[in-house]
Design a protein around this ligand. Sequence first.
Ligand SMILES: C[S@@+](CC[C@H](N)C(=O)[O-])C[C@H]1O[C@@H](n2cnc3c(N)ncnc32)[C@H](O)[C@@H]1O
Length: 260
Amino acid sequence: MDQDYNGFISRIKKMIGIDLSLYKEAQMKRRITSLRDKRGFKSFVLYYQALKQDDTLLNEFIDRLTINVSEFYRNPKRWEVLQEKVIQHLIKDKINLTIWSAACSTGEEPYSLAIMLKENFPEIRANILATDIDEKALDKAKQGIYKEQSLKDLPEIYKNKYFVQKNGLCYLDNHIKKMINFKKHNLLADRYPQNVDLIICRNVLIYFTDEAKQKIYTDFSNSLSQNGILFVGSTEQIFNPDNYDLSVFDTFFYKKDNFS
Ligand SMILES: C[S@@+](CC[C@H](N)C(=O)[O-])C[C@H]1O[C@@H](n2cnc3c(N)ncnc32)[C@H](O)[C@@H]1O
């Protein structure tokens, strides 16, 4: 057991509220150790003392923990299923939908959804909450300015209609920005919203331990309304979804079966 590292993660939990013991250890330790070494600290004790006193170092450290990679319409085939099958299912008997993009990073995911709904389901009244643990990512999301590369899978017609391109950057339309309510939320510690019709949580569960994942699936299931849908990332298939009152609705989509 590495006492230096274990002591470090328990101090970090007290300092910033992020429990690194719930993230897969090998991967997390490698990321943090390489940053610590780059900054010239020989132990985690010394690194922690520096983080306590230096906000720039601390921000860089938080940046390293949170992997913010995202893009519009990530895995486009899944977005087709979302549009053609999942949303149709959700609006069978209502037009008010509560949607939660959890671990939304810099906003590409909730904005993709807002554009898709506006274009294809103008009758839906969507209340879209988008959350992440990383405040810097959320600030970026609110700005809605993106590199062209992150729009590569967004249908061309949406790109032209909802973005203005200037100096190599793409500026998102204000109407779309206003459709999203961004908020800080830690999936491992905070209360989950209730009665959610669609939860999109993609490409973050892979970083967590199995124990943490099980807790999150249970909390997601409790969060979903009856017949609500959980949409996960393309490497994040849930084994034994019935343990959480979920069933496979389509590949990487799970339906809440009943209230337990
Ligand atoms: C790779 S991005 C995924 C972005 C988007 N969902 C997608 O699939 O394109 C992972 C995000 O998870 C966030 N994250 C990591 N740990 C978290 C936690 N405990 N609670 C909420 N968000 C977390 C990170 O800040 C990061 O923005």
